[in-house]
Structure formats: C-alpha cells, structure tokens
Design a protein around this ligand. Structure first.
Ligand code: GRF
Length: 209
C-alpha cells in the first residue's frame, strides 16, 4: 500500500496498540508508516518494540526538563526531525502540550477503552475504566477513537465500536475483550485520515463517503 502518512506514536507502557498498528501496516491494511515512537517511561515495552523493529524512538519525559517549554520544543523538534505528520496516542498517560496540539491541529488521535463521554476523563484509565463500567451496570462498552484537545478524553469522536458487557465479566475479562477490539479498530480510524475522509466542522467529525 502506498505510504501517505508518517505516524509518531506516543505510548507510556506496553504498546500493544502500537504493535497492532504496525501489524496492520505489515498486512497492507494501513497506508502509513511509524516514523517515531516516543515514550515518557524509560523502560516501556513499546521502546523495546521500537528497537526490535528499527523504528526511531525517544524517551522524553517532562520530568527531565526544568522548563516545560524546553520539553515541548524537544518533542516538536524530534517529531519534525523524523518527518512525523500525524500523532497517535496509544496508552500515553500524559496530556499533550498546547504547542504540540497547535502544530498538529486535528492531527492527534487517542484511543479510549469505553464509549465516551461515559467512563472517561481524568483518573479514568486502565482497569479503572472497566471497573466503573461494571459498577454502573452498563450493558455495553467499547472503544472510542477521538481527536485530542486540551481536556482528557474530550476531543471530537472519529470512530466508536461497541461490545456487550456480560453478566459474568470482571474488569479483567472486559479489559481483555475491549483491548482486542482496540487492536481491530485503531488502524481503521487512522486509515480514514490516510484517505483524507475526515472533516471536522464545529467540533463534529464527518466522514466523507
Ligand atoms: C489501552 O486500553 C488504551 O485504550 C488506553 O491505554 C491502553 C494502552 O494499552 N488509552 P497498550 O499500551 O496499547 O497495550
């Protein structure tokens, strides 16, 4: 498939979504390449994956910079050195700073393991999301892929997929099924940008036919 986008993936942990995106690329399902992986965790699994696959990578954490402006400048310079034109958050546990969102306006995507706007926002991440879904007694959950703005889990929704919550589900089993759905879905949302099918009008995403 022709490569139309160079992705910069930001991830804090294991990076199973990052790996699923690379697999979609390898399988010819996504017209993009991963040009850079950034993690704020020095020992992140996703950085090991980058090394294995010879993908340029960087450990960049705001905690290593005395001025936040310097951190943002370093992130932006690293993105630009690697020709990144689209940012993918895949389990990135930090907010993306304004200077980066300004440069990559409507070109930063995040994945959340529930159907937003329910069960999202500050403090709702990882198994806490699934525990909240179960505690509420919701009968469906799923995946939301959305553009990123300056609030947690808030930007315009690009794609959602739902699954049933089973009465025997625990936070762990629900997390497992949702993660599988994440892996099947994220590359499809990115492909919409590759095909230039996404229009954002007044904070609403419209998908061109
Ligand atoms: C995923 O559940 C994603 O929805 C959330 O963080 C988790 C990351 O998992 N934002 P992984 O690092 O991609 O395995």
């Amino acid at each position: 498939m022709e490569i139309k986008l160079t992705l910069g993936v930001f991830a804090s942990g294991n990076g199973s979504n990052c790996k699923a995106i690379q697999k979609a690329i390898d399988d010819g399902k996504l017209g993009a390449r991963i040009g850079l992986i950034i993690s704020n965790t020095r020992e992140a699994g996703v950085l090991r994956f980058a090394k294995e696959r010879n993908i340029p990578s960087a450990y960049l954490s705001s905690s290593e910079f005395s001025r936040i402006e310097d951190f943002h400048s370093k992130v932006l310079a690293t993105l630009q050195e690697n020709s990144v034109d689209f940012i993918i958050l895949a389990g990135y546990m930090k907010k993306v700073g304004h200077p980066i969102l300004d440069v990559y306006r409507n070109r930063v995507l995040n994945i959340h393991p529930a159907l937003l706007p329910a069960f999202g926002g500050k403090g709702l991440y990882g198994e806490k999301v699934h525990a909240a879904v179960l505690a509420y007694g919701a009968k469906i959950s799923g995946v939301t892929i959305h553009l990123v703005d300056s609030e947690y889990d808030h930007g315009a929704v690009v794609m959602q997929r739902a699954i049933d919550v089973k009465s025997e589900d625990t936070a762990e089993t629900l997390a497992e099924r949702v993660l599988e759905l994440e892996h099947e879905t994220y590359h499809k949302a990115i492909q919409l940008f590759v095909e230039d099918k996404v229009q954002v009008i007044d904070r609403i995403v419209r998908i061109k036919p």
